[in-house]
Write a protein that binds this ligand. Structure first.
Ligand code: 9MR
Ligand code: 9MR
Length: 561
């Protein structure tokens, strides 16, 4: 018998003794089982699992309308999960494929209502793209497209200062440049090239890998109805800004555009602090080169002139980075906004990423070795994403093998995981780690045809929509229990109770607990280090890169059925 089972047993015994000795105490029903599942639901032919904590050994699926039991099954053997300190069992019901609305029942407990439906992720995919529209800088967000979330334009960024760290002969300190448009990065109003690049690449990649679904998303934005798919219209808003971040003189790219410090919890138009572009870096320049090379081919059918412009910018950036191989970001003393620095990490993945995208687009050879082992994509590392893009255009056995090594490590983790997920390490933005892993897994399915990868991708994706120890669907506005107090300036400053919809909250992060004071985090377990509080920027902020990969995975799962 394991420790937890003994504890439950002793607990029940104690309860029985108390009840029998004291008849005045009402008999209470035993604490029910806890059920965590994807609160939106599952695809009819997809993998379906829920996590159950408790003493029951079997489960039923109940049709919400008829109240009939439509499926029954046994729970798996209990398994302990270090990350949450729980002993859990899995309810797997992939065999049940009938569309409808259901609840999972275990003992006396009942789950959130969920659907089995071919289009179960369409609405959330669309909302996760629409979220970017709400983040457009420099433009009024119109009621016609935003309803209650309409707001005035903020941050025109037509008069941005060259910070001392970014000064050059042709643009000395204090020179004013125009750098409008772009998306706000996160809960703050900064615009950061490194994070923008990984975001636009992830979103352009889902368009390239699954055009039949990604190209059909309709988001009701001002450009809707033009010749270009809405997803690409949205990405274009940020690409236009990114192009202005390149010094036309030498091709180097400024790392970020922000005020000197974070503003208060105010609406965009109230934040009128002067803004600056801060130092050129190799990471920003190579990431920019990668994104622009990809944009050049993706936008070619819709806007050949823009496509040419992107390619020229990409090549110019690549040339700068060849002469400036390791200019790392160093936060200037007078600046305290996000750093997106990576002084401890070599820049070989950025170089490989840029070289790969340039090679695909131009058909010429841009040399850079594959950084092995490949790691799961994140804002610090685009190599695996570049590998996916290359494999999408041509066969390359060695690269495919390197990619499958990564996918296999994730698959192995998921198959042995008590929580049925490929991740058990938690840090800032953990939701996006689950999503980036799911992206690698679903792409492994695409190139191998092995169903196990698709199942693992689904199961890991389920985490983000509720199959986690917090029982929280981390996408605002989607699911029964979803964050209401994200660390997000517009959501806090507007008068609306609900946060902006379609945004992925960062998720559990055992580090940086000082944001709300260590006492605010009640559980010592990493997977439970999440609080739905405004102060919790380390667990409950949102960010464009986290949304970008949500778009990828929800679209890809839908496309793969
Ligand atoms: O609001 C800021 C958020 O966007 C950042 O991710 C976070 C970490 O850099 O910082 C937040 O700003 C806080 C600052 O770091 C410390 N003082 C309180 C600020 C607002 O909570
Ligand atoms: O996502 C970033 C995370 O990986 C870092 O650990 C963290 C602290 O440096 O910063 C996160 O990015 C934040 C950025 O610096 C400023 N805008 C908000 C971003 C999300 O919290």
């Amino acid at each position: 018998m394991n420790k937890n089972v003994i504890l439950v047993f002793i607990g029940s015994l104690a309860m029985a003794i108390i009840l029998s000795c004291n008849p005045s105490i009402q008999a209470v029903s035993p604490p029910g089982d806890t059920i965590h599942l994807n609160q939106l639901g599952y695809l009819p032919d997809g993998y379906k699992s829920a996590v159950v904590i408790g003493s029951s050994e079997s489960f039923n699926i109940l049709d919400v309308q008829s109240q009939a039991i439509v499926h029954a099954g046994n729970l798996s053997e209990p398994q302990y999960w270090d990350a949450s300190g729980e002993t859990v069992r899995l309810a797997e019901f992939s065999a049940f494929t009938t569309p409808g609305s259901y609840r999972l029942q275990v003992g006396t407990s009942s789950s959130h209502e969920f659907d089995i439906d071919r289009n179960v992720y369409t609405e959330v995919s669309t909302a996760s793209v629409k979220a970017f529209y709400f983040h457009r800088a420099g433009v009024e967000i119109d009621e016609k497209y935003a309803g209650a979330y309409a707001r005035a334009a903020g941050h025109p960024d037509t008069e941005v200062g060259i910070h001392a760290s970014a000064a050059s002969a042709s643009r000395p300190e204090g020179t004013m440049i125009s750098s409008p448009k772009g998306w706000y990065d996160a809960g703050d109003y900064g615009k950061y090239i490194v994070n923008s690049a990984i975001t636009v690449t992830t979103m352009m990649s889902v368009f390239e890998h699954y055009p039949e679904v990604a190209g059909m998303l309709t988001t009701n934005v001002p450009e809707s109805g033009d010749e270009t798919p809405d997803l690409l219209d949205e990405i274009r808003w940020n690409l236009d800004w990114m192009l202005t971040m390149q010094d036309p003189e030498d091709g180097g790219v400024y790392h970020k555009l922000t005020a000197k410090s974070f503003p208060g919890m105010i609406m965009p138009e109230m934040d009128t602090d002067s803004r600056w572009v801060v130092m050129k870096t190799t990471a920003a320049t190579l990431d920019f080169a990668a994104s622009m090379a990809q944009a050049s081919r993706v936008y070619k059918p819709y806007d050949p002139i823009f496509s040419e412009k992107c390619l020229r910018a990409s090549i110019k950036a690549w040339e700068w980075a060849r002469k400036n191989v390791d200019v790392y970001y160093v936060q200037p003393e007078d600046i305290s906004t996000g750093a997106y620095g990576q002084s401890d990490k070599p820049l070989n993945d950025e170089k490989f990423w840029a070289a790969t995208e340039l090679s695909i687009t131009t058909g010429e050879k841009y040399e850079a070795p594959v950084p092995t082992p490949l790691i799961v994509p994140e804002w610090r590392d685009g190599a695996a994403l570049a590998a996916m893009d290359l494999l999408n255009h041509q066969s390359d056995e060695a690269l495919k093998q390197a990619f499958m090594v990564l996918a296999d490590s994730l698959l192995k983790e998921q198959m042995n995981s008590a929580y049925d997920v490929s991740n058990d390490a938690f840090r800032w933005g953990s939701s996006s780690d689950f999503l980036n892993q799911a992206m690698v897994l679903i792409y492994a399915y695409k190139i191998s045809g092995e169903k196990a990868y698709k199942d693992a991708a689904q199961s890991t994706f389920d985490w983000v929509l509720g199959k986690n120890p917090n029982g929280v669907s981390f996408v605002t506005g989607f699911g029964d229990k979803t964050p209401m107090h994200i660390h997000h300036r517009p959501s806090e400053a507007d008068e609306i109770k609900e946060p902006l919809p379609g945004w992925v909250s960062g998720g559990p992060n055992p580090e940086n607990k000082e944001d709300c004071g260590a006492d605010a985090y009640l559980s010592p377990y990493p997977a439970k280090a999440f609080i739905d509080e405004l102060c919790s920027y380390a667990t409950n902020e949102v960010a464009i890169n986290w949304n970008g990969v949500f778009v990828y995975v929800s679209v890809a799962l839908d496309a793969e059925g």
